[in-house]
Design a protein around this ligand. Structure first.
Ligand code: ADP
Ligand code: ADP
Length: 228
């Protein structure tokens, strides 16, 4: 397996305010898989993404990516892991307001060892006519497409998406999901996405339901799962 989460637990607070947020979570994801994490608000979905992304520390358990347990990495190695492996997209695009679309993407292009071709990426994401505009001149869907380009330009192995369609109308949301599909097909990016919405099942290889910090249900779409 490419990504294995083993018995991961995490809690916040002490005594009366003690909350167990992740409670013995086990997940295995193959390279190039599209995985979606569903669950009610407060069930631990964002925390799970943050521990995979190395933004948050686990209390116990292991997160093994390409045979390396990232919970044991020092800060320097963790930054390297994030640079090489991870792209993030969020509900609220987090673009730099005084940079154009192209410049927002170029900031991450310059950090990458082997960036993707920016022109090709701008084309795939339908941003050609918007590339010299500023974020404030764009719709939500266009801003999210720019955020996807920025996350993907360094060709990360994993794209972590936290409610990427949460602020969009349903038509635009569907367009964004289709673009993420194209990214997965073109570049083989493993996609792990947290959402409230029920997405199109055929577009997903693995659907994980999380409730009170535990996996309550897991559905694997064997027809589309890549060979391990
Ligand atoms: P979800 O993404 O499913 O809505 P989260 O992972 O954001 O859930 O949060 C799960 C629980 O952890 C919530 O009860 C939340 O209040 C709590 N929590 C998250 N982050 C913190 C934090 N930094 N300090 C204290 N509690 C937190
Ligand atoms: P750097 O200082 O080189 O940006 P970081 O450790 O901050 O290194 O992040 C490395 C990579 O991880 C970034 O290129 C980005 O894709 C991703 N990342 C980490 N944290 C965040 C975040 N909060 N918002 C957006 N991307 C993030």
């Amino acid at each position: 397996m490419f990504l294995t989460i083993k018995n991961v637990s995490k809690s916040y607070g002490k005594d009366a305010s003690y909350t167990k947020v992740l409670d013995g979570v086990d997940i295995s994801i193959a390279s190039g898989e599209r995985c979606i994490i569903l669950g009610p608000s407060g069930s631990g979905k964002s925390t799970l993404l943050n521990v995979i992304g190395g933004l948050d520390e686990v209390e116990s358990g292991e997160i093994i990516i390409d045979d390396v347990d990232i919970t044991k990495l020092n800060d320097k190695k963790l930054v390297e892991y994030r640079r090489e492996y991870l792209g993030f997209i969020f509900q609220f695009y987090n673009l730099v307001p005084n940079l154009t679309v192209r410049e927002n993407i170029m900031v991450c292009e310059n950090l990458a060892k082997k960036p993707l071709d920016i022109r090709e990426l701008i084309k795939i994401l339908g941003l050609e006519e918007h590339q010299y505009k500023f974020p404030s001149q764009l719709s939500g869907g266009q801003q999210q497409r720019c955020a996807i380009a920025r996350a993907i330009i360094k060709n990360p192995k994993i794209l972590l998406c936290d409610e990427p369609t949460g602020a969009l109308d349903s038509k635009t949301a569907k367009d964004i999901l289709i673009l993420l599909e194209n990214i997965n097909k073109n570049y083989g990016t493993t996609i792990i996405m947290v959402t409230h919405n029920t997405p199109i099942k055929d577009m997903m290889d693995r659907v994980i339901h999380i409730k009170n910090g535990k996996i309550s249900n897991e559905y694997v779409n064997k027809a589309v799962l890549p060979a391990v």
